[in-house]
Design a binder for this molecule. Structure first.
Ligand code: CP
Length: 296
């Protein structure tokens, strides 16, 4: 494995290998030294969790990390991103961690020829894919349940604009998880197959093991959102959250929209912070695999 663009790039065995390696890192039973690696983070969209957990992961595996800032770069003088990356490759950087608003750009970039070999890790591409989020969600679920086959997850909210939902659905299908979607019509993507759609919260939450809330992606939505209607029908509250289910959210949470604020204080919501924590071990594992494959 030299790149990670979507979950489709990974077999079930690859995902389990990332899980096992991440677990070894978490338990301090594995160490890595990638001091020959020169890794650049390039974030064209805002980020807190993904960017900083990649940075911490790089520190922990002793790789060299550099932050490319689009706003102060020569992109602002009109340089095309391919040319920028080709120059970075010539300078001596070997790995790019890229977040971009385009759903397809990273696939185009990965298929181009560079001055020297360069690897790409997708840190979020438009509405299409966020593979490391799905991997850390899988890690969180597997640590909690052991085996996730046959479990039922209800994904709630803005599926249409969610790269997190798409990557999670791809991954969870590989592990035979029952996937339910609860969303208003405006947030449904009918092209996603093999899942069950609900428009009633009570039915969608019945006997669910996992409730996975999604952020409403305000920055990607041009139409006016009826928040009152959304909150009335789809907000996760202390009253409707199933007692035995775990609550997940990729972050950032829009408090009192997707989730009633007070729910974030209760035990079922601790998983949300565990997701953020686990992101570091999963990203260490992924980087360790890719950099080792490159001999770095
Ligand atoms: N979950 C996630 O991608 O969060 P950030 O946008 O803060 O990186």
């Amino acid at each position: 494995m030299n790149n990670l663009i979507t979950i489709k790039d990974l077999s079930k065995d690859d995902i389990l290998e990332i899980y096992n390696r991440a677990y070894e890192f978490e338990k301090n039973r594995r160490k890595a030294n990638h001091s020959n690696a020169q890794v650049v983070t390039m974030f064209f969209e805002n980020s807190t969790r993904t960017k900083l957990s990649f940075e911490l992961a790089l520190n922990k595996i002793q790789a060299n990390k550099y932050d490319f800032q689009p706003s102060t770069s020569s992109i602002n003088k009109g340089e095309e991103l391919f040319d920028t990356i080709n120059n970075l490759s010539a300078i001596g950087f070997d790995t790019i961690i890229l977040r971009h608003e385009s759903s397809s750009l990273i696939e185009e970039l990965v298929n181009k020829k560079y001055y020297q070999d360069i690897s790409f890790i997708n840190a979020g591409s438009g509405t299409n894919a966020h593979p490391t989020q799905a991997l850390l969600d899988f890690y969180t679920l597997k640590k909690h349940f052991g085996n996730i086959e046959g479990k039922t997850v209800t994904i709630v909210g803005d599926v249409l604009h969610s790269r997190v939902a798409r990557s999670n659905i791809e991954l969870l299908k590989k592990f035979d998880v029952n996937i339910r979607i609860l969303a208003p019509k405006a947030f449904i993507d009918e092209s996603i197959e093999g899942i069950t759609y609900f428009d009633n919260l009570k039915t969608a939450f019945e006997s669910a093991d996992i409730i996975m809330a999604l952020r409403i992606q305000k920055e990607r939505i041009k139409e006016k959102i009826d928040f009152e209607e959304y909150i009335k029908n789809y907000q996760i509250t202390r009253d409707n959250l199933p007692y035995a289910a775990i609550l997940m959210h990729p972050g950032p949470v829009n408090r009192d929209i997707e989730i009633e604020s007070s729910v974030l204080e209760i035990q079922n919501a601790r998983t949300i912070l565990n997701q953020a924590k686990n992101g570091v071990y999963v990203r260490m594992a992924l980087l360790d695999m890719i950099l080792s494959n490159k001999g770095l």
